[in-house]
Write a protein that binds this ligand. Structure first.
Ligand code: GAR
Length: 216
């Protein structure tokens, strides 16, 4: 199978982006990163991408009066780079319906919760407030409503009595760094497709163990 030409959209730290770039470089993921694009010039992830030798671009959303104009500029940049597939990795802008439709089933996102629970911002604070005993992260195809779309893969971590937002976020982030390369690798290998708004994932192994929290 041909390698996917991949663009990654970020807004900040870029730790998920870094794991995706590393997975492409090591051959775990059959994709070639052609662009890392940020809506914020000060995003620390841009320097990480440059250090990895991947072309970067900044398109500041504040330069555009309307979301449609910003998204049109994003779309142009992606096409100019020859991108075939897009990973959102901590890209904190709402995208317009037209942009999402233009990249339908060719754009995925990672969100730090077990969707459909806790979409949007302040995920970990809300999970702690709800008292859930498991948290996790989800990789999904992107649809118009925030953090919705066919789910490709999820990882689960326990919520501990001693957790605060930072501790829970760190545990989930470690899971994100395992899950996102795994999910992208499956997509790039042609093992994932969408059928009736559900993602079908083939040729994978699945867990059989139950998890209890508390355990006893
Ligand atoms: C990650 O936890 C990601 O799941 C989250 O932003 C963080 C970005 O960190 N994304 C969302 O909340 C999207 N709704 P990173 O820049 O270090 O990858």
């Amino acid at each position: 199978m041909a390698r996917l030409r991949l663009a990654i959209l970020i807004s900040g730290r870029g730790s998920n982006m870094r794991t995706l770039l590393a997975a492409c470089r090591s051959g775990v993921v059959a994709a070639d990163p052609c662009l890392v694009l940020s809506n914020r010039a000060e995003a620390p992830g841009l320097a990480l991408a440059e250090a990895a030798g991947v072309p970067t671009r900044t398109i500041p959303h504040r330069d555009f009066g309307e979301r449609t104009a910003f998204d049109a500029a994003l779309d142009r940049a992606l096409r100019e780079a020859g991108a075939e597939f897009v990973c959102l990795a901590g890209f904190m802008r709402l995208l317009t319906r037209d942009f999402i439709e233009a990249w339908r089933d060719r754009m995925i996102n990672i969100h730090p919760s077990l969707l459909p629970a806790f979409p949007g911002l302040d995920t970990h604070r809300r999970a702690l407030a709800a008292g859930v005993k498991f948290a996790g992260c989800t990789v999904h195809f992107v649809r118009f409503e925030t953090d919705t779309g066919p789910i490709i893969a999820q990882a689960v971590v326990p919520v501990l009595g001693s957790d605060d937002e930072a501790r829970l976020a760190a545990r989930v982030l470690e899971a994100e760094h395992r899950l996102y390369p795994l999910a992208l690798g499956l997509v790039a290998a042609g093992k994932v497709w969408v059928e009736g708004e559900r993602a079908v994932v083939e040729g994978v192994t699945q867990p059989t163990q139950m998890l209890l929290n508390p355990t006893g």
